[in-house]
Design a protein around this ligand. Structure first.
Ligand SMILES: Nc1nc2c(ncn2[C@@H]2O[C@H](COP(=O)(O)OP(=O)(O)OP(=O)(O)O)[C@@H](O)[C@H]2O)c(=O)[nH]1
Ligand SMILES: [Zn+2]
Length: 639
């Protein structure tokens, strides 16, 4: 990390604290969420307690943005949570309160936005652990949480936030966005000289066990929260098997605006570029990349809202993949598929969705159907065998979706990755980071409910389409599967063009003289224009294909064929134009960009491998699209 400019601001009321130690701690939560914290300890805290500050996400940028922002830009400062210690809730998952889920939510939100989590040793609202448990005992006789404190001779809420203000001052966070529903926290901080530029509400993590406690917070201390009347089974922490017709309520997921999500992803591009060489060397995404994708909510994009997803549309999805590809094609390809496979799982029957989306976590699944495996029926399910290739993202997945043939029909089988053998087979010259290894199983038992008819899953009338309102679930499965490749191609071409421009612009090169000579070359000027035009073509074709996005449910015959032909043709031509742009850039860039240290050679290798994928191979697309457009009927089953 870079050095912190600690800037304690002297205050009449708040004594200055100083940093005692600062240490990096990687965090991993029980649901798999990972991030990294800079944990800071202090000298001179007013109450002499061992409070911690965890600096998370792009906190330095957030600090800087906050310091530079005007009063009219409250959304710029660091996101800060004052989390009061709760041993029972934070550590043991007690359902009497909502502290555990709030802590988990806060870490994720702050990791995305950049800011500080202050873990304040104020157990039991400042009365301590044993007294809190005594208060619980009183509550079991009917008292609410505040009256129980009073009955024990304590204040209803004894928390004092002076130490928190000291810690924030020490970090230079004089203006913050505060994550809380508790008006007392912002009132005290303001009195202590910290500007609360914005109040960001925390989620309401309601269970039947904490309903009374939350209601008391709302009624007794004016916490700004609404307590819904009914609790659905998942929110109540019950094993996730909602009964038919009931919408499971996942843990609080804050759904961003599409533009905010795209901005989050755009912010990842520099890191992805920095790690692109490492990614291909490892032949999988580095842990930091996975953590950043999780923190940005990328895997939630297409999953329906009722299972913890963002329920966004194909345009946003394609936009995310394109942006990721500006940083690293392997990352875009892998993430693009993992996102899409969560959406595929949302097409399965309710029972399976309850299992894979339990508690609002996003299932990561690798899917492959090449070549299709075999299945035998046995009591309770199937025994499947096969050796599949191209299982992108298998190194990051907990599930595998494997295609098998049974009795003339194709089934998709949902299998825990732990039960398959992943063979390290992805030794390629491009898209190496996708780790698209082989998956092998021999006579693996798959229970019937983990095997679904492929045709049904693919159709607009898939089981999930009756459970969720999101229109995207009503589109045929293959429609979306064709979007990832062209989006990766477009983002890659845009990255190549950007690098080309940097080489040609006199002011942007390490050697102004060389760049000047290059920029003066009419040949290179023409090459640049050509490449620029190809990227524009790729983008326009891609945009038009996505704009045509409809839900062709109920359509059949020639209309559906021609619509489908049009869609696939535009996407195929877009990827072709992107490929051509990359070729032109490389042709105009000389020998030095073929050094393995140069990103352009990697982009070229990635794009060449990309366009050999069946969803992008141009000749069959041209043929089938021609048939579709001419009303001759599409003959390829998977087109
Ligand atoms: N005394 C007492 N403390 C409790 C009880 N339940 C939870 N706590 C403590 O309350 C603290 C959390 O405060 P809350 O009132 O839940 O929430 P808050 O921090 O004020 O508000 P938010 O910022 O919106 O989360 C933790 O220190 C818990 O240990 C209880 O029944 N009695
Ligand atoms: Zn608690």
């Amino acid at each position: 990390m870079t050095a912190i400019a600690y800037s304690a601001r002297p205050s009449a009321t708040v004594p200055t604290a100083t940093v005692r130690t600062q240490v990096t701690v990687p965090l991993r939560f029980s649901d798999g969420f990972k991030t990294t914290a800079e944990v800071v300890t202090f000298h001179g805290l007013a109450d002499s307690k061992e409070h911690l500050l965890l600096a998370l996400g792009p906190w330095e940028q957030a600090l800087l943005a906050g310091q530079q922002a005007g009063a009219d830009q409250p959304t710029q400062g660091p996101l800060v949570r004052l989390h009061s210690e709760c041993l029972t809730g934070d550590v043991f998952g007690s359902e009497r309160c909502d502290c555990g889920p709030q802590l988990r939510e806060a870490v994720e939100q702050i990791s995305v936005a950049g800011g500080f989590l202050l873990y304040l040793r104020q157990e039991g609202r400042g009365i301590g652990l044993y007294p809190k448990l005594d208060a619980y005992a009183l509550q079991d006789t009917g008292m609410d949480t505040y009256d129980a404190n009073l009955a024990l001779g304590h204040g209803a809420d004894e928390r004092d936030y002076t130490a928190a203000a000291q810690m924030l001052n020490t970090m230079g966070a004089h203006s913050v966005r505060l994550l809380t529903n508790n008006p007392d926290k912002s009132a005290q901080l303001t009195d202590l000289g910290i500007t609360v530029a914005e109040l960001v509400p925390t989620g309401v993590h309601l269970t039947e066990a904490n309903r009374y406690y939350l209601t008391a917070k709302r009624d007794k201390t004016a916490h700004t929260l609404t307590v819904p009347a009914a609790v659905a089974p998942e929110a109540a922490g019950a094993a996730a098997h909602p009964s038919a017709g009931q919408t499971p309520v996942p843990k609080a997921v804050v759904i961003p605006k599409d533009t905010d999500l795209l901005a989050r992803v755009a912010a990842l591009i520099p890191n992805l570029r920095e790690r692109a060489a490492d990614t291909e060397q490892r032949r999988q995404l580095p842990a930091e990349t996975m953590a950043e994708l999780h923190a940005a909510g990328v895997f939630r994009i297409l999953a329906p809202r009722s299972v913890g997803g963002y329920g966004m549309g194909a345009g946003t999805y394609a936009g995310v993949v394109r942006l990721l590809a500006r940083g690293c094609a392997s990352t875009a390809w892998t993430a693009g598929h993992l996102i899409e496979h969560a959406w595929m799982l949302a097409r399965w029957p309710e029972e399976v969705q309850a299992e894979v989306f339990a508690n609002g976590t996003m299932p990561l699944a690798a899917a492959t159907s090449a070549p299709v495996g075999a299945a035998r029926q046995v009591p309770g399910g199937y025994l499947i065998s096969g050796h599949w290739g191209f299982a992108s993202g298998s190194m990051h997945s907990e599930w595998a979706l494997l295609a098998v043939e049974y009795d003339g029909a194709r089934l998709q089988c949902l299998v825990p990755v732990a039960e398959v053998e992943i063979q390290d087979a992805w030794h390629t010259d491009g898209l190496r980071g996708t780790g698209s290894h082989d998956v092998v199983v021999q006579d693996l038992f798959v229970p019937s409910h983990h095997a679904a008819d492929w045709a049904l899953l693919s159709s607009p009338q898939n089981p999930g389409s009756f459970l969720h309102p999101e229109p995207l679930l009503h589109a045929p499965m293959s429609t979306l599967l064709n979007v990832v490749g062209p989006s990766v191609a477009l983002g890659s071409a845009e990255a190549a063009l950007e690098l080309f421009e940097q080489r040609l612009r006199p002011d942007a090169s390490s050697s102004a003289a060389t760049a000047g000579r290059r920029a003066d070359s009419p040949l290179l000027q023409a090459r640049y224009s050509q490449a620029f035009g190809k990227v524009a073509s790729a983008r326009l074709l891609w945009q038009e294909a996505l704009a045509e996005w409809t839900t062709p449910a109920g359509q059949s015959g020639a209309d559906a064929d021609s619509q489908r032909a049009h869609f696939r043709l535009l996407l195929g031509l877009s990827a072709d134009a992107a490929h051509e742009a990359v070729r032109l850039v490389l042709a105009g860039s000389g020998a030095s960009v073929h050094r393995l240290s140069h990103p352009l050679q990697r982009i070229q290798r990635d794009v060449v491998v990309l366009v050999s994928h069946p969803t992008l191979a141009l000749d069959p697309i041209l043929e089938q699209a021609g048939r579709g457009l001419l009303g001759l009927g599409i003959t390829a089953r998977s087109f």
